[in-house]
Design a protein around this ligand. Structure first.
Ligand SMILES: C[S@@+](CC[C@H](N)C(=O)[O-])C[C@H]1O[C@@H](n2cnc3c(N)ncnc32)[C@H](O)[C@@H]1O
Length: 296
């Protein structure tokens, strides 16, 4: 019955509904209660810290780029004992009130146990309990936790003022238009203290249909693949090209901590000539984790 009614609603009206503040807040709340739950985001960060054998970030200054709608990864940095977390975004979309939902149904023992190797179990418990004591979250309450939200800020054109020890991004670099990527990466390295590190988790699939057709965008002609399309669907930079971009960063060392591929989905017959790649394996890489250290 409900699906029948949904079909009756004209597309233009559906679009208007989706653009309402109420609908958008609902969508962000869903995100907070699912993929941005604090136990899930803690698992993501523990995973990359294990793979990179990362040192604790206790007492360190962290920068997150493209922090998104729900600032859970910033809360995880707080749980890990970060002194300060600067969460940034190119557009101001964060809705801190939804963080209550990121905590509500989480399994408390998971963040405590899996973050403990990078801090201390008792201290993580104390910080977690502190988060649970909040009855609401706002940009002001986040400041009490040492989390500062800065947006809009485009780090391809400006540098963050504060020197930082650790930079993190999840599913962000693929949204940066191709021509902005070198400037953005150089600005990030310039913001890093000597000995500082960054980890970027980059998703290389076509975001228009990630599950069904993850390489569809590879045959679109360069002239039609505008910066807006690059932001929306992914910039099409392939694995080997990411290696080159990171290797070009002066005074740094980079390792790929993971590199996953999609083998079961077709590639287009023709690959647009603007896309730099080595072979089919390179085209098929779907996710990379990049770990960069600024040399002492
Ligand atoms: C898929 S969301 C990921 C959000 C968040 N990191 C997460 O894990 O849920 C992509 C994010 O990248 C941000 N973004 C897009 N283009 C960007 C750019 N040029 N510089 C920085 N962030 C950008 C978007 O505003 C959005 O917050």
């Amino acid at each position: 019955m409900l699906s029948f009614l949904k079909k009756m609603i004209p597309r233009s009206i559906k679009k208007k509904i989706k653009e309402t503040n109420y609908f958008q807040h609902q969508a962000v709340s869903n995100l907070a209660a699912t993929s941005k739950r604090i136990d899930i985001c803690s698992a993501q960060m523990a995973h990359i810290f294990h793979l990179s054998k990362h040192a604790p970030i206790e007492g360190k200054v962290c920068l997150e780029i493209g922090a998104g709608w729900v600032l859970t990864h910033a809360l995880v940095c707080y749980l890990l004992g970060a002194k300060k977390v600067i969460a940034t975004d190119v557009v101001p979309i964060a809705q801190p009130d939804t963080l209550l939902l990121a905590l509500r149904d989480a399994i408390a023992s998971i963040p405590r146990d899996i973050l403990a190797p990078f801090s201390d179990h008792a201290r993580v418990r104390e910080r977690y309990n502190n988060l649970l004591s909040y009855s609401e979250f706002s940009f002001d309450t986040l400041k009490e936790l040492g989390i500062e939200y800065q947006s809009p800020v485009d780090l391809a054109t400006e540098k963050i003022n504060t020197p930082v020890d650790f930079i993190y991004s999840n599913s962000v670099l693929e949204h940066v238009p191709v021509n902005d990527v070198p400037d953005l990466l150089n600005n990030l390295v310039n913001s890093l203290n000597v000995g500082g590190t960054m980890i970027h988790c980059v998703h290389l699939e076509d975001h228009q249909d990630i599950v069904g057709d993850p390489f569809n965008f590879l045959d679109i002609h360069e002239n039609q693949f505008t910066p807006t399309l690059q932001s929306n669907r992914g910039n099409r930079i392939r694995c080997n090209q990411w290696r080159k971009l990171f290797d070009d960063l002066k005074g740094t060392n980079t390792d790929f901590i993971y590199c996953y591929s999609r083998l079961e989905k077709p590639l287009p017959e023709v690959i647009d000539s603007s896309i730099s790649y080595v072979d089919e394996d390179d085209l098929r890489v779907s996710h990379i984790g990049v770990y960069t250290r600024k040399e002492d």
